[in-house]
Design a protein around this ligand. Sequence first.
Ligand code: UD1
Ligand code: CA
Length: 451
Amino acid sequence: MGTALVILAAGLGTRMRSDLPKVLHEVAGTSLLAHAIRAGRALAPERVIVVAGHGAEAVEAAAREVEPEAQVVRQHEQLGTAHAVAQAAPALEGFAGDVVVLYGDTPFIRPETLSAMAAARGGADIVVLGFDAADPGRYGRLVTEGDRLKRIVEYKDTTEAERAITLCNSGVMAAEAAALMDLVAAVGNDNASGEYYLTDVVALGAARGLTAGVVACDEAETLGINSRAELAAAEAAFQARARAEALETGVTLAAPETVHFAFDTAIGRDAVVEPFVVFGPGVTVETGARIRAFSHLEGCHVARGAEVGPYARLRPGAELEEDARVGNFVEVKNARLGAGAKANHLAYLGDAEVGAGANIGAGTITCNYDGVSKHRTEIGAGAFIGSDTMLVAPVRVGAGALTASGSVITDDVPDAALAIGRARQETKPGLARKLMDRLRAQASRRGKEAG
Ligand code: UD1
Ligand code: CA
């Protein structure tokens, strides 16, 4: 029997004080919504349904980016989480399995936890994911009797005795689709907020003879984000875990607290990451590579033994093959550096192919953009690009070719050729002194006139 994921993502999240829908705020380089969708993949869902409201178009686009098959339904007014789930009814047409509800503002649920919930469905009609909170704050409380869940009380509706309960509701819930949709349709809004609470399905179900159980997980997984402070706390929690994992898998981090990871950063064993390095999404660093201090990497691949930085920037599509080197103040975008190729100082390599062992001199720029389109530069193996060469793309420099410093290269350079594209130097003996004398004399005349 299959699973359908229903992800609630309609709220604006007023406490964020933002024009951006809450679920599109980012942790570790990707939206809260994308985190929730990825977490749900553990259940190999047959359908992924996102309930959008505020900023629905942007939410839909973000959902499709991670899950092209996602169905996005609208909740025009945010009347509560039960009302939100009810909007998924048309998208669940003809679906007979279990529904798992996830909240779009709760990004860290682990795959193992969702699997444990699916397994617990064998023993209960409704399974709720709970956690024992150090500070239960404003979370909904789970009222249990033995190992049965009797009902969930929202914070605003708790009695003093209920407020003392530390077992809290994460928002994740699993039940058979038809039963759940029947229950959400029956939920009323007679409570402190006047909202239709999804949490009420537990008590309603009990009245109809349906059982409910709790699967407990670590509080860190259920962190729900409602404010900027909670967003920052979530980022900090993510980074702490990512650093610990990197160390655990054999990565050297000299100052772990200064390295910033993305949700999908992959770093091989024995790689070294120096202090103050930022990884955006889509980075893979292989075994033994070294990322030196103050570098910024995203959407790139750094092969074994390659070295990046200090102060380097690798943008999407940068590909460093084995033992390649990219040094300080070098920017690489959509470009491959073959094995052992070097660009050690002050260069821009965009839309380029650099052959193995080629040497890119300081100040080299691939002029890849003509104001309308991007063009490619090809540099052959073992080529030597002299300092301050402008490579006006599309252009090709052959294997073993050499460009003279300061050249503007507009025509292809054959293999092994030398290309010089610069004004010829003229040297005038003694002229510097004459020129200076004249300038000083002029300045002193002006001084006398003024004084
Ligand atoms: C909810 C739970 C609470 C739980 C907490 C865990 C309810 C009634 N309460 O409270 O028991 O402890 O999460 O974090 O479910 N949403 C919609 N449409 C709506 C209302 C909400 O899509 O009409 C979405 C929000 O965008 C959000 C999620 O549902 O992603 C949760 O809503 P939120 O208002 O944040 O609920 P909490 O008050 O945090
Ligand atoms: Ca919330």
